[in-house]
Design a protein around this ligand. Sequence first.
Ligand code: 5GP
Ligand code: MN
Length: 337
Amino acid sequence: MKKNILEEFIQLLNGSKKIVVIPHKNPDGDALGSTLSLNFFLNKIGHKSHVISPNDYPSFLNWMPGQNQIIKYTNEAKDAKELIESADIIFTLDFNDLSRIDELEDIVNRSDAFKVMIDHHENPSDYADITYSEPTMGSTCEMVYNLLSNLNEELIDKKIATCIYTGIMTDSGSFRFPSTTAKTHQVVSSLIEKGADHSEIHQKIYDSYTFDRMQLLGTALSNLKKIDHLPVVYITLSQKELNQNNFKKGDTEGFVNYGLSLEGIIFSVIMIENDQEKIIKMSFRSKGDFDVNQFAKTYFNGGGHLNAAGGVSRTSLQQTESNFLSAVAAIKTQLYD
Ligand code: 5GP
Ligand code: MN
């Protein structure tokens, strides 16, 4: 990390401050890992810090160290609001725009607290007093590691190491995405030395399917369609199909990646109907140069990274499928070698 940013952090964290640390809505392993690890560290160095999540997260993450102290805005709005309103510093982690925290956006915007962004998404918006943004990084957790190890490496204990390891592992597809570097492996090596149990973490995240979730995966895979003459596949899941398999939050996590394990496929998409929010949630994954961040931004109100992005559609599932097919037709030259 750049020396001048580090110096800004050192200055900011002088003394004892009231702090809140906020991940994006529907936090994933990287969002929770980065907020929980930073929160542990901040409390260790004498601050009063809390993690406030916009909403709940899937059960495969509800073992993470410190997670039971997370304040969820959807359940504890009053406490969350009071903590944000009285905070000296607000850390926002793993997102680049306040619209990603839903109803917390207004509360954070109104607050006079010093605001810090730590994030690895492209094109950070300009709301923070310190913007620590590194889009080449594979995860926010790796950035938090760099920060904490520069501040005081010795304070990284087993819990902190476990949280950081989890985020690096989940955002890198278990260390296989191109953003994984030799440095990432060095970081991971030191996390294991600090006590992170890589095998146990992997099992807790990936080998925790319920029977219903496995059946839902079966439905998703049997709905997989390939677009003729293009290296593109997509999956649809209707609310009815979700209900039939007793869908729980997080059950569809990772389903979109299966498309990319087909030989020759470079673009995989999943569209999931959500009756309650009246949206179709879309996830986009690619291999190589095809830019799903751009695709999500242009056609589906979303964003993310070069090879992993998300978006939403506010029309029916059928219409969304048809809009998606038109969008692919419009950019199909980008999909040829
Ligand atoms: P996922 O498909 O796993 O939900 O998200 C993949 C990536 O895209 C993540 O980095 C996530 O932050 C980003 N992302 C997901 N949904 C949205 C969205 O609706 N808007 C934006 N800007 N980014 C999103
Ligand atoms: Mn991330």
